[in-house]
Design a protein around this ligand. Structure first.
Ligand code: ADP
Ligand code: ZN
Ligand code: ZN
Length: 732
């Protein structure tokens, strides 16, 4: 009798497909989770075996055979698969795509699962002693030589190609260097951990208490919310817990919200933990990612440090999951499979029976609520003695004040004093570019994006107008396209404009601007941060990139140029986000023992939430905000889903959502519908977007309605409208 297998194929469909098992494959190889190549439409795809089927969905004669089984044994454990199935159900996303997201591209494309050991190039001692003039007539070799000389670590083979226009010439240059004994290839996986793994730190009592509490829970599920300001020693707690986990022969998965936070954490983990460590994020080559993933899956890598996408990486010996900066919104994926890595990590810890340690100075309201309900354990690290005292906040009322490129007199004066005392200043403005708009003073014309409902942003240094919502980019018009006058002026302030003003106001002082524009090049952020640490910079200016993780001990004055945007927004989470930003940015200041001052420029100095934050700190703010959420039945007291639709016409998108609502409305009184309504920015990249909210105090009811609506949609697919469903949306 023929064997039939059910396969999850990574396509946007909510069903699996049945195939005949490939001829000659024994039944015991057909285990859930193995990869198969299957014919689908007129191409071959990689799918994932879900089950061997007793009663296939249609007659066996009509089934096509799968082309091949790709794995001798499944790469996913039963628990991994269980987690992925849960995620597919919870986020109402097609199972094939969900399973695929757990794999690195190399394996998604059917690549082999044996560990390819990536190699890297280093100079030999003979090579390191060379004079660059040796390469007078070999410019490519010379450049490669200089790159290698400037690096502490081997240059991964996969990155050679980035060094020149043609990968071929660089590879030839590498070969020449190796032939002459000036460079050699080394096995990157075998890179030894520094011989000294650092003496264990003497933890302070609060840290010890936290480590003990978590350690008593090893081998069991539990979520620990580790609360402490920057510098209170959270990372040391993670490290000690991981050391104990490694001693038990288990593995640790460490998640951070941003790639930029991995290098410093990687360095500290490597220094202190004597186990192979691998990094997994989108900044690496596919070979490196596959090697890290497989190393972890096979149990050879003890610690995997990664961003959001690493949350599904299979663990051979699950020990602990650490989630740093747990409040950060980057843990939520914003397109395709819209999962929250934080929530998935909690479920994963529960299924694998291991502890999860989530750290933050400003925990999310969801996590605070879970502590109140007794689901999470709160562990607090008070600021260390000897560390800076909490920063002083001062509100700068800028109503009816003239600002100089976004800077008030009061702020400029405070900066003068700070710089004169030899300290550093940090300015925060969450808006990049020179100015958010370009307007004509003759007729009021504003430069708008042709494809979005948005103003074009002026990037003055490059003389460009750019849309921050699509790829549109234009040169600067010489005169107004509407009235012909030559009086076009920038309106509003972005970081580039403040940067220019600072160079004018403080010509003697080094300024480092840190935003997505100024840190585009590889390593440019690291280099800039180095300059700051070495004191070459007096003023640091940046967007939210500055709020995350980095330590600036020399900074004693923080200026937040515009606190208002966040407290007046349609997004009910904006206040929480703004409060977290303020506290996080403030936490960058005054670590060298000197107290820090935080100046907040605002036009609404009496805003109750701002007042609450300044008076009672983040915990007070969180309590007030939670009370408001409760009375409005907003998360974490209610559950939400957001249905988005986009198409060539607004009416199409609206009608599609209206139909969804009509077909389901009234059937379930526990679910409230809101909309459809145009999205906050209806037109983006030439497409019209609308949205429909579903809210309920009961999660199961909400999910039942979604399941129902999706089933109907599968029966009558809509081709002109592209839609997506976002469960627990965080940004809209
Ligand atoms: P956080 O992760 O909360 O920002 P860290 O763990 O990075 O805090 O600690 C801040 C600094 O204090 C680091 O340089 C760290 O090495 C040091 N540190 C932390 N705990 C101790 C301790 N118990 N003894 C000595 N130094 C410590
Ligand atoms: Zn005009
Ligand atoms: Zn646009």
């Amino acid at each position: 009798m023929e064997t039939v297998v059910r396969v999850a194929v990574p396509i946007p469909a909510y069903r699996c497909f049945d195939y005949l098992a490939p001829a000659g494959v024994p039944l015991e190889s057909l285990l859930p989770g193995v990869r198969l190549s299957v014919p689908f439409g007129n191409r071959i795809r990689v799918g994932y075996l879900i089950a061997v089927v007793e009663t296939p969905g249609c007659e066996v004669e009509r089934l096509r055979p799968a082309a091949a089984v790709l794995d001798a044994a499944p790469l996913l454990s039963e628990t991994d698969l269980k987690l992925l199935r849960w995620a597919a159900r919870y986020y109402h996303h097609p199972l094939g795509e969900v399973i695929q997201s757990a794999f690195p591209v190399h394996l998604r494309e059917g690549g082999g699962a044996e560990l390819a050991r990536p190699s890297g190039l280093v100079l030999t001692p003979a090579g390191a002693a060379l004079d660059p003039a040796t390469f007078r007539r070999a410019p490519v070799q010379r450049r490669l030589f200089e790159v290698l000389r400037g690096r502490e670590r081997p240059l991964p083979a996969s990155r050679l190609a980035e060094l020149a226009g043609s990968g071929r010439t660089v590879r030839d240059a590498a070969r020449r260097l190796v032939e002459r004994g000036w460079a050699e290839w080394v096995d990157l996986q075998d890179r030894r951990i520094p011989a000294v793994a650092g003496p264990p730190l003497q933890l302070n009592p609060a840290q010890l208490g936290a480590v003990d509490e978590i350690s008593q829970n090893l081998g069991r599920y539990g979520v620990f919310l580790l609360e402490g300001v920057t510098g209170s020693g959270k990372t040391e707690v993670y490290i000690e817990v991981i050391r104990r986990v490694i001693t038990r022969g288990e593995q640790a998965l460490v998640l951070v919200p941003e790639i930029s936070l991995t290098p410093q954490l990687e360095r500290r983990l490597r220094e202190r933990i004597e186990a192979p460590l691998a990094v997994f994020h989108s900044g690496l080559s596919e070979t490196e990612r596959a090697a890290a993933w497989l190393g972890f899956q096979k149990g050879e890598v003890g610690v995997l440090l990664g961003t959001r996408s690493a949350v599904f990486a299979p663990m051979r010996w699950p020990g602990v999951i650490v989630l740093d900066e747990e409040h950060d919104r980057s843990f939520k994926q914003q397109e395709g499979f819209r999962f929250s890595a934080r929530d998935v990590a909690v479920m994963r810890a529960r299924m694998a029976d291991i502890p999860l340690v989530a750290g933050s100075a400003t925990p999310s309201l969801e996590s605070i609520r879970n502590v109140q309900r007794g689901r999470y354990v709160r562990l607090v690290l008070p600021a260390r003695a000897g560390a800076a005292v909490a920063p002083r906040y001062r509100v700068l009322d800028i109503r009816a004040r003239r600002l100089q490129d976004g800077l008030s007199e009061g702020l400029i004066a405070a900066m003068r004093d700070t710089l004169a005392a030899g300290d550093q200043v940090l300015l925060f403005l969450n808006r990049r570019g020179f100015a958010p708009a370009l307007v004509c003073h003759g007729c009021g014309w504003v430069a708008r994006c042709r494809r979005c409902d948005a103003n074009l942003v002026l990037h003055a240094r490059e003389s460009r107008l750019r849309c921050h919502h699509c790829a549109a980019e234009h040169g600067l018009p010489g005169c107004c396209p509407s009235c012909g006058q030559e009086d076009l002026r920038p309106l509003g302030v972005g970081t580039e404009r403040v940067d220019e003003a600072l160079r004018r106001l403080f010509p003697e002082v080094g300024v480092a601007r840190i935003d997505r524009d100024s840190t585009r090049g590889r390593r440019s952020l690291e280099r800039m941060l180095e300059r700051v640490q070495q004191g070459e910079v007096g003023i640091l200016l940046g967007t939210q990139m500055l709020a995350k993780g980095h330590h600036f001990p020399g900074v004693t004055l923080v200026g937040i140029l515009d606190v208002d945007a966040g407290f007046y927004s349609t997004d009910f989470r904006a206040a929480e986000h703004t409060a977290q930003l303020i506290v996080q940015v403030a936490g960058r200041a005054g670590r060298g023992g000197k107290p820090g001052t935080v100046l907040l420029q605002t036009r609404h100095p009496d805003h109750p939430l701002l007042q609450r934050l300044l008076r009672d700190g983040y915990p007070g703010f969180a309590a007030a905000e939670l009370a408001e959420r409760e009375s409005a039945c907003l998360p974490p007291f209610g559950y939400q889903a957001l249905w988005r639709a986009e198409s060539k016409e607004l009416a199409l998108s609206m009608d599609f959502l209206a139909r969804l609502r009509e077909e389901a409305d009234g059937k379930n009184g526990a679910v409230h519908w809101l909309g459809p309504a145009p999205a906050p920015m209806p037109r983006q990249a030439g497409r019209y977007r609308a949205q429909l909210w579903l809210k309920s105090a009961r999660r199961e009811e909400l999910h039942a309605v979604l399941t129902d609506a999706l089933a109907r949609l599968q029966e009558t697919p809509e081709r002109r409208v592209r839609w997506s469903l976002d469960v627990d949306p965080v940004d809209f």
